[in-house]
Design a protein around this ligand. Sequence first.
Ligand SMILES: Cc1ncc(COP(=O)(O)OP(=O)(O)O)c(N)n1
Ligand SMILES: Cc1nc(C(=O)O)sc1CCOP(=O)(O)O
Ligand SMILES: [Mg+2]
Length: 548
Amino acid sequence: MASVPRLPAAHAPPRTSIPAALPFLCPSSSPRVAPPPATGPRRLVAVAAARAMPWPHVLTVAGSDSGAGAGIQADIKACAALGVYCSSVVTAVTAQNTVGVQGVHAVPEEFVGEQLRSVLSDMSVDVVKTGMLPSAGVVKVLCDSLRKFPVKALVVDPVMVSTSGDTLSGPSTLATYRDELFSMADIVTPNVKEASKLLGDVSLHTISDMRNAAESIYKLGPKHVLVKGGDMPDSPDAIDVFFDGKEFIELHGLRIRTHNTHGTGCTLASCIAAELAKGAKMLQAVQVAKKFVESALYHSKDLVIGNGPQGPFDHLFNLKSPLYKMGSRQKFNPDDLFLYAVTDSGMNKKWGRSIKDAVRAAIEGGATIVQLREKDSETREFLEAAKACVEICKSSGVPLLINDRIDIALACNADGVHVGQSDMPAWEVRELLGPGKIIGVSCKTVAQAEQAWKDGADYIGCGGVFPTTTKANNPTLGFDGLRTVCSASKLPVVAIGGINAGNADSVMELGLPNLKGVAVVSALFDRECVMTETRNLRSILMNACARS
Ligand SMILES: Cc1ncc(COP(=O)(O)OP(=O)(O)O)c(N)n1
Ligand SMILES: Cc1nc(C(=O)O)sc1CCOP(=O)(O)O
Ligand SMILES: [Mg+2]
C-alpha cells in the first residue's frame, strides 16, 4: 500500500497533540524553593498524565529583550510556532529596542541557579537552549545544573555581541564557554563574528575560513557546529557551514532583503532545540530551523515596528496564512503526487488539442498535480498557455508546476517548478521563488536525493522506472533503482518513465517508502482521449493501493 503521507518536518504536528482545553493556571505566591516532588496518589496522577500527553519541552536560558525581537521572548515564540513548550530561565534583563541595547541588568548567579532548579527538578525538559549568559559564574551554574539534571540535548547559541554591536558577555565568559560548556553541547551555533571571537579574533572572510572555524570549535568539545554566514559581507546568499566531526555541509539559504532581522540567531537556535525536542536528528533540525527563519523573514520583510535600523520579525506568521486559516498549514501536500500529469506540446499538437484543453481534460479525469513540460514552445506562446492553465488549475485546487522554466513560473505565478540535474540548482530556484512555492527535482541516485533535500526541494521525481521514448537517452533504473532512491529519500517521491495503464499497478504495489504516486506523459497525452485515459489510470492506481 502507498505509505501513509508524512508531513514535511517543518509542518509536522508536535509529537503529541496539545490538550484541547488546558486547565487555568492560578497565580500563586511564588515559592522560594522548588516544590517537593509529588508523592503517593498525587505523583501517580502526575506520572499517568505525563505518559498520556507528554509535550516536547525546551528550556531557554537567556536574557530578556524588552523589545521582544530577540532573547527569551524570541525563543518562546519560536518554540510555540513549532508546537513545543518553552520554559525560561532569565539570566539578564536588557533595556532594548530597534535602535540598540540601552542597559543590561544581570540576574544574580544564585538566582539563575534557583530558576534552573525550579524548572529542571519538576518539569520534564527535553532540550536546553542557551542564549545570553552574562558572566562566567552563570555559565558555571548552568553546567552544574545540567550535570545534576541531565537533558536529552544542549543547544548553545554563544551570544556575545548584539547585532547592534553592544557587548552582552565578556572575555571571562568566553573562556568558561570554551572550558566547560562546549564539551556538554550537542551543537554550538556561532555567527562569523562570534566564531572569530571564540577563536581569539581570527579573521573569517570565506567559506573555507568558516570551515576551518567550524573544525576548530568542534575541537573544543561540542558534537556539532553550525557557523552561520548570514553576516558574511561577500556572500551573495546566506551560506552556513555545518560540521559533525566528519563531514562539512554547506547549507544554502535565501538572503531576504529586510531590516527586520533582530533575533534571527536566537530563533534559529530555538528552532533547532524545538525540533530536537520533537525527536529530529541534528542535521534535519538545522534544516527545519533554517527554513523557519527564512519563511518568517520573508513574511515579515515589510513590517514596521520601531524607528531603529533593525526591527523584529513575526514568528507566528503562519497564523496569518490563508492555508492555516483553512485548517491546513501546508503549501504542498505530498499526496498530490498520486497521479502526476506531465504535458508534452508535441503530443498534444499531434492530437490537435491545445495545452489548455489537455490540462482541463487531465484534471477532469482526476489528475492530482499537473506539470507543463513544453520543450518546443516559444516563450510567449508558453507563457500565455501557462497563464490560462494557472486559472484552470486554481479553480480545481490542483497544483500547477512548470518544467525547467523559472521565468515562466514567476511570470504566470505557478505553484512551483520541476527541475532536473542539468537545470538550475534547486537552492537557486528557491531563492528566486521564495519559500511558498513547490520545487521538485529529478533524482536518479541517493546522493542526488540527499542534495535535493539539503537544497530545500519539496519532492523528488525518480526514474526512468521503465524505458521511455518521451525523453531521449534516459537511463532506466528499474524497480531496484527506484527502491534504492525511495528508501534513502527524506522527501516524498513520484516515479516516472514509461509508466502506463499496463504497469502502473506494479509500481504502486511495490509499497516503497516515500513513494507517493506516478508521473506520466505519453500514457495520457499521446492518446486520443486524455480524460478517459486519466480516469482509467486513476482507478488502476486506486485499486493497486487498496490491494497492497
Ligand atoms: C516529475 C518529474 N520527474 C522527472 C522529470 C524530468 O526532469 P529533467 O530531468 O529535468 O528532464 P526534463 O523533463 O526537463 O527533460 C520531470 N520533468 N518531472
Ligand atoms: C520527463 C521524464 N523524466 C524522466 C526521468 O526519468 O527523470 S522519464 C521522463 C519521460 C516520461 O514520459 P513517459 O511517461 O511518456 O514515459
Ligand atoms: Mg529539466
